[in-house]
Unconditional design. Sequence first.
Length: 292
Amino acid sequence: HSISRISPNLAFVPACLPPDPMEVEELQRFVSNSKRLFVMTGAGISTESGIPDYRSEGVGLYARTDRRPIQHAEFVRSASARQRYWARNFVGWPQFSSHQPNTAHLVLRDWEKVGKLHWLVTQNVDALHTKAGSQRMTELHGCTHRVFCLACGDQILRSELQEHFEALNPTWKAEAFGVAPDGDVFLTDEQVRNFQVPACSKCGGILKPDVTFFGDTVSREKVNFVHQRLAESDSMLVAGSSMQVYSGYRFALAAWEKQLPIAILNIGPTRLDHFASLKLNSRCGELLPLIV
């Protein structure tokens, strides 16, 4: 009962109709028939926690601004790109790291507890599934709460890096203009210019979030691991993802090739609509709690 009391934050959720009772029944049947459910989540499961996504019609970052996420090659190659990235991230971190799981995250955690959910793969980097208590889980694109050195591989917590930033930039101040999906904010070039970025304390190398940036690839080991979990599963549920990014889409293709039933819960069209057994246009946090 505690689950239903979480109030969603709908600022970044596209408009949609309430769940249709017939569709609720269909999803209930789908979940009941599944013994080892493979779930893949995307940004649309976290919008109700107040985190904007990229692609949602009208409310996503691409619809509201001309901003695009940083590219992996640019981050590695350019010190000024890293300075801009980390300055924005430094300002946005206190708010981004304070976001909490919503009803949908908690429902999936409960499905895991009762043995319904075999494996969860999230494309999100916000740690909300971890905060909710999910354990049988792979963070496909990493997590912003961890940082590592590109040279020696040493890992630190993002919260620890925040303290290094504060120590290096005691008088630096910047006012943010809007929040972006991955925890950074909009700053002017003028604001960014004097921001100091620490190097790895072990070797002096470049620090990077433990996140797969656009233009980078997910490791072969992680992809193989997820394929193994999918091979053990008997159905697939996609929640809150248009599946436009190939790194996630490949697993839906594999499920389709194995002839697993696929259900999609997402506001708006997805790349899978033509081969899904079931497509529902509802909020994850509104529909998932209705399934027992």
